[in-house]
Design a protein around this ligand. Structure first.
Ligand code: PBG
Length: 329
């Protein structure tokens, strides 16, 4: 008796593996998140080895590299000076704010590069929460949404291509869409952080923004999703689509591939995943110890997103992975 099927036949040689490969990565699959600060030069982020905070001049250099490598878009995260943080987060919609200036500089110098901004108040609040809190520390939904709308409009006026609400307030996608339309910004795309979980994997990001200290021991469970929930993600995505989102996102990435898969299967929308700071830090730390092969694990993690149905991945590895794809195809 012989085995009726020998799946290993197709695995034997590189040519036949290439013939039956189901998914491929390309630089166009990546969006690079970038941290921008208001001082000259670059500054390392210890918990995110290889990632630096950038001045606007340095950001333009990174933007050029992204364009050159075929990475279609950057996502801007401003590091706000403590003196500009407040309870009402008014700096978020300052037309001369750091995010707004970064957008204008990128669109002036590199008009073909897609520019995306995060819409949320955590860089701007003294307590590091994503919204306006009441006397109990509870983030108030509708008041916060009004400020998110102003923030989005100020980004659109600066010329941003995509606004990306990451705050998880109810109804904010509809409010932002309506205000953008009313102001004539009919082309501004919305990538909604639709299923965003209250995750401890955001730790290094909060170090990068300097908001970890502000947040202290408090958490974001009253607006970000419970990691125990899957069906709820589908309800959140349905709401954001109905409210006018062009693209939806699941965040974090690898620990939530089941959610990504379900969202893609259910809605067939342009669907993105965010490989967050903590996921990046884990791979970097293990690689620095010699415990994992950096490049192989990076590429394996990225192809996993494609297999699970992602149309693209926000990843701090974007430029490294694009370079590797250019070298090896
Ligand atoms: C802001 C925001 C966060 C991240 C993206 N946008 C942090 C948070 O919600 O606390 C995390 C990204 C990362 O960890 O890489 N709302």
């Amino acid at each position: 008796m012989f085995p009726a099927n020998r799946p290993r036949r197709l695995r034997r040689d590189a040519f036949s593996r290439a013939m039956v490969r189901e998914h491929r990565l390309s630089p166009a699959d990546f969006i690079l998140p970038v941290f921008v600060h208001d001082i000259p030069g670059r500054a390392p982020i210890p918990s995110m080895p290889g990632v630096e905070r950038l001045s606007i001049d340095e950001l333009l250099k990174v933007g050029e590299q992204a364009l050159e490598l075929g990475v279609p878009a950057l996502d801007i995260f401003p590091v706000i000076h403590p003196a500009a943080k407040s309870l009402d987060a008014a700096e978020a919609f300052n037309p001369e704010g750091l995010a707004q200036r970064a957008v204008r500089a990128l669109k002036a110098r590199l008009p073909e590069l897609g520019v995306m901004t995060d819409v949320a108040l955590d860089p701007y609040t003294v307590h590091g929460q994503d919204g306006i809190i009441d006397e109990h520390g509870y983030v108030q939904n509708d008041i916060t949404t009004e400020i998110l709308v102003k923030q989005s409009l100020s980004h659109a006026e600066a010329g941003v291509d995509i606004v990306s609400p990451s705050d998880m307030m109810d109804g904010r996608v509809g409010a932002i869409r309506n205000a953008l339309e009313a102001a004539g910004h009919i082309h501004t795309r919305i990538m909604a952080y639709s299923a965003k979980y209250a995750s401890a994997f955001y730790g290094p990001f909060r170090d990068a923004l300097g908001s970890a200290g502000n947040l202290g021991k408090s958490d974001k469970f009253n607006y970000q999703m419970d990691p125990a929930n899957g069906d709820e993600a589908l309800r959140e995505v349905a709401l954001d689509i109905a409210e006018g989102a062009d693209m939806v996102m699941v965040k974090p990435g690898l620990p939530y591939l089941d959610v990504l898969w379900r969202v893609k299967q259910e809605f067939r929308m342009p669907t993105f995943a965010y490989q967050v700071s903590g996921e990046y830090a884990m791979i970097k730390a293990a690689a620095q110890n010699g415990w994992l092969d950096h490049d192989k694990v990076m590429m394996e993690s990225l192809i996993a997103f494609k297999r699970a149905g992602a149309d693209g991945v926000l990843t701090y590895f974007a430029l490294d992975a694009a370079r590797l794809l250019r070298q090896h195809g």
